[in-house]
Write a protein of this length. Structure first.
Length: 190
């Protein structure tokens, strides 16, 4: 099953760490944790705090230990297809969290949410992404790309900068793309 994830972090630096994680399954089930930083996680940027409004005090009082959160992620998300809108950063923080729980950094892998969108469009329209013809320089067939662009314009994503809100937004976008592809398919059949 598809799972859309998001992290909030202590900053956008190489030594930043996850402070909140959330996910929403394709079927709507959710999970969310504030993360108490591991002892060696010390980097903090005030600008990140200004964005997500999560304080170090809040993490100390309400956060779960990083190792506990890592075990919950592994127990809940193993075997599912995991997606994030910023897989490079989110993947870094996922790896940090897994490592804090004693797991290999690559135990759970994130893919870009746009891959999930392209795959559902291709599936709905009967396009094989591996063999589909593409105009020179384009990564996706134009029909797939067009639907993704229209969905992005329609949704005009607002970053809430809280992990659960942003993960739920990614799920909604995926459903918008799927619904638009279904309408496109119906129009092609008619």
């Amino acid at each position: 099953m598809l799972v859309f994830m998001d992290f909030e972090a202590s900053g956008l630096t190489d030594d930043s760490y996850p402070i909140e994680v959330a996910w929403v399954f394709e079927d709507g089930r959710t999970g969310s944790y504030l993360i108490r930083p591991a002892p060696n996680w010390t980097s903090w940027t005030d600008s990140a705090e200004d964005t997500h409004r999560i304080t170090r005090e809040t993490l100390a009082e309400k956060g779960e230990p990083a190792a506990v959160v890592a075990h919950a992620l592994v127990d809940t998300l193993s075997g599912h297809d995991l997606f994030a809108s910023a897989p490079t950063w989110d993947g870094k923080w996922l790896g940090d969290l897994l490592e804090a729980g004693g797991f290999p950094r690559q135990l759970l892998r994130l893919r870009d949410t746009e891959e999930a969108q392209a795959e559902i469009i291709a599936d709905m329209l009967g396009i094989d992404l591996a063999t589909a013809e593409r105009p020179p320089g384009e990564e996706l067939p134009s029909m797939v790309e067009d639907i993704m662009v229209m969905a992005a314009m329609r949704e005009r994503r607002i970053h809430h900068h809280r992990a659960l809100d942003d993960a739920e937004e990614e799920r909604r976008r995926w459903f918008t793309v799927r619904d638009m592809a279904e309408k496109q398919k119906s129009g092609m059949a008619g």
